[in-house]
Design a protein around this ligand. Structure first.
Ligand SMILES: Nc1ncnc2c1ncn2[C@@H]1O[C@H](COP(=O)(O)OP(=O)(O)OP(=O)(O)O)[C@@H](O)[C@H]1O
Ligand SMILES: [Mg+2]
Length: 259
């Protein structure tokens, strides 16, 4: 089965006990594009990513990834994806290169060493690759984590909060990595709470709120959701943060006071 949508979700529902987290989510992501899934804490972003990566089954609705149904064809879905969770899954005792070789061997790659070296070059980690991961910065660790998930070159990549907890410099490094992947045609679905991250990286942005997608479009489209421009907006373009707070009905002053 072929589709131009790398990810397609219809009417997806999921509850934990009587807590309905996803209440009918529809979403499609074009092959080769970057989608940012935004939402507050507990909105259900990780739940959605877990369903798409076959770690969790949905209660209702359908989801396909790379043309394969997550419920009826989970093996094919897993062959098509890589998943990088919030906490780097790297072995601190090993060097960066050893981590990569280990993953390539686990995936039964016939030439694990050259797979590792290629990825180190691609992620600008050749020097660092000889050192133990315990000595890495957060950004290097996360880049290595993403590199490890790319062994085998899967067409669809899920990044669950790839830069949470990173300092600004490390965030920029991860952003470069995502741009590099997007440039090669990898479909990326990333979740984030950083609105500037979505602005920087995403072709399209979807906002998950109280179990539903309340917005889905390009940054320019989302900016049009704001009320007609008032004098307040004359000198400064609204940021995605303004749009986000407006559409989730949040009191901006309260948000600024609590910063
Ligand atoms: N295994 C579970 N059992 C019960 N409730 C859960 C479970 N996993 C998640 N939840 C609840 O489901 C809701 C959605 O959680 P989820 O982790 O998907 O949100 P999120 O958008 O990723 O949040 P965050 O931004 O904090 O990572 C939350 O209220 C959470 O407490
Ligand atoms: Mg989460």
């Amino acid at each position: 089965m072929t589709t131009t949508h790398a990810i397609e979700i219809h009417g997806l529902t999921k509850s934990y006990g009587d807590h309905a987290v996803l209440k009918g989510v529809d979403l499609s992501v074009d092959a080769g594009s970057v989608l940012a899934l935004l939402g507050s804490n507990g909105a259900g972003k990780t739940t959605a990513v877990k369903i798409l990566s076959t770690l969790l089954s949905a209660d209702g609705g359908t989801a396909t990834v790379n043309g394969f149904d997550v419920a009826s064809d989970p093996g094919k879905v897993r062959e098509s994806i890589s998943l990088t969770g919030q906490f780097a899954a790297v072995d601190e005792v090993l060097t960066g290169r050893e981590n990569l070789v280990l993953v390539a061997q686990l995936r039964r790659h016939p030439d694990a060493g050259s797979v590792a070296d290629d990825l180190l070059t691609r992620f600008d980690l050749t020097e660092a690759g000889r050192k133990r991961v315990a000595t890495y910065s957060g950004g290097m660790r996360r880049r290595l984590d993403i590199a490890m998930s790319l062994v085998g070159d899967p067409p669809v990549l899920f990044l669950d909060e790839p830069t949470t907890g990173l300092d600004p410099q490390s965030r920029l490094e991860v952003w470069e990595t995502v741009r590099e992947l997007a440039g090669r045609g990898t479909t990326v679905l990333l979740t984030t709470q950083y609105l500037d991250e979505a602005e920087q990286l995403a072709d399209r942005i979807a906002v998950l709120h109280e179990g539903r997608l309340i917005a889905d479009g390009t940054l320019a489209e989302l900016k049009q959701l704001l009320p007609p421009t008032t004098v307040e907006y004359v000198e400064k373009q609204p940021t995605l943060e303004d749009v986000f707070l407006a559409i989730v009905g949040h009191d901006r002053r309260h948000a600024e006071e609590s910063r």
